[in-house]
Design a binder for this molecule. Structure first.
Ligand SMILES: Cc1ncc(COP(=O)(O)O)c(C=O)c1O
Length: 413
């Protein structure tokens, strides 16, 4: 999943959270009090009792939280664009257009016990992941997507008012979940080539003592990777490092899952959404030091990985040849797409180690309008308007025919 989210709590940027902004919402907000109250007027006879509004029950920091704008579901998009879902070329959410191997549909079609709750420990899946990754299953915990694990980690680690360190532009869920968990976000923006500003990160850790840092390799949205030296340097600091490897398969690099055995302050997150085309089934997993995983087991929802999700992920791992060939096709297509985008006079694409390519929109063209014009032609891409990424678009790598259709449209604009 990848959604457009409105920025939330941010400590080092002056942009404050606008919160709810419609006139009705603002009125409701000013009426709401921190604690539900019952007002009585006069001496009792003919007294006026006013019921508290519903939002007054909501925790204060959540009342200030901006809503996020999810990507539109296929069916809604299809109605809006007046096109059948299969006619829409969806290059806006880094999904894997090849989908999972055939074993997944077979396994889902023959589910024996859908009426029984799933295994709270996802034992079958964790054993398969241990075989797949080379890391023992004791270090592995599965979740309802990597998204669930990001939130679970924050719930276990952060007290209200604690700080996290975020390095934008990056995956916006870190910032969003921090806000939901009542934490403050300290931002150390990436350098102009999207590399981490490691000296600044080290300084900020020393001065501000954030509890954890979220690092993404390859990074969404630019596709850059973190080298061993930078990662080791950050791991030496007194901070919990959450390394998000949602796209690691497309990078040609080895996962750092096994590093959790030697670094008590490292967590590595991965997902089936990209590598196995299972974004809709919601399966993610993480590698954790034993001293941390124990607490996540205690705090997680018991049935966080559904029977369908576990069965699908296990079935996908049974066909590593398929996963490898799909990955190779996407990596090959990424290079072709990059070379073609370089030829578009108003785009500057960035080399990527992932299944998407970030492009700066130049020559006076408006990035938002480009996205909208492409959408009218049935091609969905992602547009950015954040402080760090004004005038950029991100294009997911699809099948060769998707690239062809995209290029045809880009050449018309
Ligand atoms: C960097 C990153 N991490 C995690 C996720 C979420 O993964 P999942 O689908 O497993 O929740 C995404 C989804 O786009 C992502 O870009």
């Amino acid at each position: 999943m990848d959604t457009v989210r409105i920025p939330t709590v941010s400590r080092y940027t002056s942009k404050s959270n606008p919160g709810l902004s419609s006139p009705t919402a603002l009125r409701r907000r000013s009426m709401a009090s921190a604690v539900p109250t019952e007002k009585t007027g006069g001496s009792g006879i003919g007294s006026v009792r006013s019921q508290p509004t519903g939002d007054s029950f909501i925790r204060l920091h959540l009342r200030k939280l901006s809503a996020y704008q999810p990507i539109l579901p296929f069916e809604v998009l299809s109605t809006r664009l007046g096109r059948k879902p299969e006619e829409i070329i969806k290059l806006d959410a880094n999904e894997n257009p090849y989908g999972p191997p055939p074993e997944v549909a077979e396994a889902l079609g023959t589910l024996k016990f859908p009426y029984v709750y799933p295994d709270p420990e996802s034992r079958r899946l964790r054993a398969a992941l241990a075989a797949d990754s080379g890391l023992e299953s004791d270090y592995i915990l599965a979740g309802c997507g990597a998204d669930e694990l990001i939130d679970l980690i924050m719930r276990c680690v952060l007290d209200p008012g604690d700080k996290i360190l975020d390095c934008p532009p990056t995956f916006t869920m870190y910032e969003f979940d921090a806000a939901v968990n009542g934490a403050l976000v300290i931002k150390v923006p990436r350098l102009s080539n999207f590399a981490l500003d490691v000296p600044r990160i080290v300084d900020v850790i020393e001065q501000e003592r954030p509890k954890c840092i979220f690092l993404t390799s390859p990074n969404n949205p630019d596709g850059s990777i973190i080298n061993d030296e930078d990662l080791l340097n950050i791991l030496q600091q007194p901070i919990l490092v959450v390394l998000d490897e949602a796209y690691i398969e497309f990078s040609g690099m080895r996962s750092r899952m096994e590093w959790v055995k030697n670094h008590e302050n490292l967590i590595v997150l991965r997902t089936f959404s990209k590598r196995a085309g299972l974004a809709g089934l919601r399966v993610g997993y993480g590698a954790f030091p034993l001293s941390i995983i124990e607490y996540l087991w205690r705090a997680k929802q018991p049935y966080n990985v559904s029977v369908a999700a576990e069965v699908s992920a296990c079935a996908a791992l049974q066909n590593p040849g398929y996963l490898e060939s799909v990955k190779n096709s996407l990596v090959q297509e990424r290079e072709r797409l990059y070379n073609l985008l370089k030829e578009v006079p108003y785009l500057k694409p960035y080399q990527s180690y992932s299944n998407f390519i970030l492009c700066e929109v130049k020559s006076g063209k408006d990035a938002k309008k480009l996205k909208e014009d492409l959408a009218q032609m049935g091609v969905m891409i992602r547009h950015y308007n954040s402080k760090e990424l004004k005038g950029y678009v991100r294009i997911s790598v699809g099948k060769p025919e998707h690239t062809d259709a995209l290029m045809k449209c880009l050449n018309l604009l």
